[in-house]
Design a protein around this ligand. Sequence first.
Ligand code: NAD
Length: 367
Amino acid sequence: MTMESFDVVVRRRESQSYRVTIAETLDHGWARGVPALLASTGNVLLCLDAELPLALKQDIISEIADACPGTLSSMELSAGEQLKGMGGLKPVLRKMADVRLRRDGLVVAAGGGSLGDLAGFAAAIWHRGTPWVVLPTTLLAQVDSAIGGKVGVNMGGLKNMVGAFHQPVGVFCAIPWLSSLTSTHFQSGLGELVKYGLGMDEYTWDLLWNSSKLIRARDSAVLKRLVRRAISLKAEYVAFDERDKGRRRHLNLGHTFAHALEGAGYQLEHGQAVALGLVAATRLSVALGMADQSLEHQLLDLLSRLGLPRSIAAAPMDKAFAAMEADKKHQEEHKVVILPVRIGQSIVYEDPPLPDLEQALESLFLH
Ligand SMILES: NC(=O)c1ccc[n+]([C@@H]2O[C@H](COP(=O)([O-])OP(=O)(O)OC[C@H]3O[C@@H](n4cnc5c(N)ncnc54)[C@H](O)[C@@H]3O)[C@@H](O)[C@H]2O)c1
């Protein structure tokens, strides 16, 4: 088993640092390599993505049962954006009550970002905070959502409106788990990786650009490098700004537009919406004189290489504009958007003119 571990340190609260392990291959007994599982003292509730392949579900259940000293209860949840609401949350809280999950108990979330956001939020409010461990099984969850402690559910068409910051006590990413993802769900994770490359990290950009064929073939060595790099980047941003007030906001590159598309109900996975959001953010940056036109061409080329969407079929745009307005209105007084300025670098831009924002969004629709 090739495993690599490092710690995510949430600054000012060093005691809350947690171990992230990445495994390129998996052997029997892998869960014993996750200190937080071995250290659990109470009972354990495993929340499992119902759509995982049967053999994977069985392996996760037996490994957790073997590694955790306490009694194990488990429940399956049907993942996806529809899970992230009060309707998805209630059965988890009900189960926690039924099994009398203790304050020193442990929630284990095994699945993609939607399950992780939901189970992490349930853990955040149960006993006003119960420890949780994440076993991210999608590329998107491994490179992004499993790290950083943002948990929550959607409300009234607004993404992640009800939530908390609740850092996990451990994260375990296994690259072999990614082999059963559909191509759409795999692409979704690539969308978030392009975000890191475009807005924060030239190394990630170059790796995506130079290894696109291997990536699309899901080569485990390249995927491990990408996951490793993304997790360290996210960990670094979270360490400086756990509460999303400063530097961490760069991680929202493309998300103003992505949330508009998602809020308007287009059939897109989150990372696909992010990829489109990056195109819109780059065009806005060019329009505002912050980036050169060539940046847009480079981005469109990379998205093609990785098989990611660059535009969306014509559809009623009013809903997307309304969703963008609603998303912006509930934010802080100054509306900010993250703009890429060159590969690997982005800026926080305050109060962009609404017509420019709308034009950037509209540019995504094929007429
Ligand atoms: N908390 C954060 O910081 C953060 C960051 C980015 C995204 N997110 C959230 O993450 C969510 C998206 O996460 P996602 O892309 O993982 O989607 P998802 O959780 O909906 O999973 C996508 C699909 O893949 C299936 N799946 C999961 N693992 C699988 C596997 N190994 N093999 C086969 N199928 C598998 C799931 O059942 C689901 O159908 C969004 O709600 C987004 O808002 C949160």
